[in-house]
Design a protein around this ligand. Structure first.
Ligand code: ZN
Ligand code: ZN
Length: 377
């Protein structure tokens, strides 16, 4: 320690102003351990000298004016992360978007529409080994149950999305939830990432989000935030959760376009469920179908006539095409019925879906769920 230093330098230790010296020494050298010899032969003046052990230990002290701690946000590193071309949609509105008025034709009428749905106590069945129980909460929110774990995807119990009124109550009340082991959030849009709901659910369990979304959930009470890039996966107890690409965008506001977005494939006990998140139709569905043996596909079918006119969500016919390309066995439609995010009437998406499925001879593969009613598969 101190005795390893030449007598001349030992006499100078510690020196006043060593914090400033530390910054000068560490920063240009990329925070590497410096040997006394290196320091002695470098251009650093004797006045700046401090012991290398102190350098290391001081280098780990957080900066005094640190922003929110992100210690519990981790990015998966080794498991199949791939550089992929951006799947972000063009965000320019269609040329005739201003010819219709979303405020007067959707938002204001919604205010005078009575909220439907009963809520009430759900009857969760006892799930056996190898079975999966799916409960649609409403919109894109699902509860998945296996014998051992309960998982929530995109949970949202809010009655409002800013100025957009929820027109159908969630399938059951939040306090009727069983103990939740893991939470997955597909992207940062308000209808999928609801901080108020997440704060109530958080009980020191892990949460999984796309890369760049962790700081929106890390302060809510989750013990660890896993940030995934496309085709990265993380093991959560018996589950293997992979983030899949989609054709959408991730900014919650305007300035935060760095946020990732995607869907999830959840594999457990030889079964697999795909929650698409939000997506326009894109060719990537075939690729997802090649990489995973998907059994149940939860696909969005609503908000295809948005006020901006942008193509950011699939319509029911495109969802059927995606389902065929995914080569999944069961199609569960979602992302309709709760919030009017587009001009289309709330009940139009499932009706169109069933017509299209019938035309393709797929009606037996479509499972239209009722909010709050669990289905065991
Ligand atoms: Zn959405
Ligand atoms: Zn979205």
């Amino acid at each position: 320690m101190l005795s390893e230093w030449p007598a001349r330098e030992r006499a100078l230790y510690p020196v006043p102003g060593y914090h400033e010296a530390l910054i000068r020494i560490i920063e240009p050298r990329g925070r590497q351990r410096l040997s006394p010899a290196t320091i002695a032969t470098s251009a650093i003046t004797a006045k700046d000298l401090i012991h290398p052990n102190d350098l290391i230990c001081l280098a780990r002290v957080p900066i005094p004016f640190s922003k929110k701690s992100r210690r519990n946000v981790v990015q998966a590193s080794v498991n199949g992360r791939e550089a992929s071309a951006s799947m972000r949609v063009g965000l320019r509105p269609s040329s005739d978007w201003h010819k219709r008025n979303f405020l007067t034709s959707v938002l204001i009428p919604s205010l005078f529409t009575k909220r439907s749905g009963k809520g009430g106590l759900p009857l969760f069945p006892k799930v056996k080994r190898g079975e999966i129980c799916i409960t649609w909460i409403g919109h894109a929110s699902f509860l998945l149950q296996t014998k051992d774990v309960n998982v929530l995807i995109d949970p949202n119990w809010s009655m409002w999305l800013k100025v957009i009124k929820r027109l159908k109550k969630p399938g059951f009340d939040l306090f009727h939830l069983p103990e939740i082991d893991f939470v997955l959030v597909t992207h940062a849009h308000f209808d999928h990432l609801d901080r108020r709901t997440l704060r109530k659910i958080a009980a020191d369990q892990p949460i999984v989000v796309p890369i760049g979304v962790g700081n929106l959930v890390q302060d809510l009470g989750f013990n660890i935030v896993h940030e995934l890039a496309h085709y990265q996966r993380v093991e959560l107890g018996p589950l293997c959760v992979s983030l899949t690409p989609c054709h959408h965008w991730g900014a919650r506001m305007l300035h935060d376009s760095h946020r990732g977005f995607g869907g999830f494939v959840i594999e457990v006990e030889g079964r697999s469920i795909f929650h698409c998140g939000d997506s326009a139709y894109f060719e990537g569905f075939a690729e997802i179908g090649k990489r995973f043996k998907i059994e149940v596909a939860l696909l969005p079918i609503g908000a295809y006539d948005p006020p901006s006119g942008r193509e950011v969500h699939m319509n029911p016919e495109q969802a059927v095409r995606a389902f065929r390309e995914l080569r999944a066995k069961t199609l569960v439609p979602m992302h309709y019925g709760s919030f009017r995010l587009g001009y289309e009437p709330l009940d139009e998406p499932p009706a169109r879906l069933l017509v299209c499925a019938r035309e393709h001879g797929l009606e037996k593969k479509v499972l239209v769920m009722t909010e709050g009613t669990p289905v065991v598969l």
